[in-house]
Design a protein around this ligand. Sequence first.
Ligand SMILES: [Zn+2]
Length: 444
Amino acid sequence: MTRYLLRGAALLGDEPTDLLLADGRIAATGADAGREAGTDATVIDAEGLVALPGLVDLHTHLREPGREDAETIASGTRAAALGGFTAVHAMANTSPVADTAGVVEQVWRIGREAGWTDVFPVGAVTVGLGGEQLAELGAMATSEARVRVFSDDGLCVWDPVLMRRALEYVKAFDGVVAQHAQEPRLTRDAQMNEGIVSAELGLTGWPAVAEESIIARDVLLAEHVGSRVHICHLSTAGSVEIVRWAKSRGIDVTAEVTPHHLFLTDELARSYDPIYKVNPPLRTAEDVAALRAALADGTIDIVATDHAPHPREDKDCEWAQAAFGMTGLETALPVVIDTMVETGAMTFADVARVLSATPARIGRVTGHGRPLAAGEPGNVTLVDPNARFTVDPDRHASVSRNSPFGGRSLPGRVVATFLRGRATVLDGKPVATSTATTGGEDVT
Ligand SMILES: [Zn+2]
């Protein structure tokens, strides 16, 4: 196995130092790294680059099985590696739904064979995402895939009795329910954020209270049964206030925000371009400001992509007919650098926390999100924080092209990604490996 000596990398943005990757681990740092590298190590000039622990996404839609025309496990995880990720959680709304040990083991196995990132399947909370009957949570937890995150994402676990039972059930194996907070009756036929813009455009509005009422209910349910709950993709200032209140009360709640909700507003709907149609919808500039402040002060724990690839025909149509969702794996880190680091709200140590350490902890993933220290797993991302580039979705590794950032200039080019000491990305390009048995054939 190739040994890599990363020369002059700024660990979490601190003073430059050396890092030796060997035998799947960070073998040494600092002066020891150069001494122990020997003559056979491949030297990578990392001067000017920031080293981060490999990124971990708690919320990815890989679409396989069932919608391989939108994404496959191999293509989605290759996109993830190019975005600096070494682990992703694959959401359960596939076809068939990931609601049994058999399906989650299949997803886990295909991910392992593809070899781009670790893939941790999310198990569905209810059978077939039907919202009526609890899925086999225990069987998925004890399967080879060792599922710890359960979600009907795409749909809300609306029935409070079912939500209560799910929260009680996952305690047995230290799992967590990740709720897609959307009151369905308040969002019937909703197309975009309910507000001034929706009124002017004549599109059915999606009120903030549809999200906030479910979050309020679920933090109280989590408190009542003494379980932990995770809230997916917070999008409103009011949601932030509820989570802040719940944490101050000692409730075991964590929350995520997506890169697009940190950056984009509902003003973009004026273009009627469905590239900006997403669930939950883009909100107002005031909401964006509240989300950024909450991520900086720790009220929001993590950034998760909600990478939601769709084929062209599902997006190139009228707004009302278009699918909800945006891709995000290949732009997440640049958007976080743009919105949070370049604005002075966060440091790279904070970036490592919200994009690696804490998502790994919430998902109960071992071996990811660890400190960059000798003896730790060799999961490392090198990013050039000063390299600006223009986003071109046609060049993305994702099968789908529905990035809302196309044409925008962003900072933070991912230069290299290492998964257990093996390069999955070098010089910004995917690296085919002997363990990549599917999907890696066509890489350069
Ligand atoms: Zn969702």
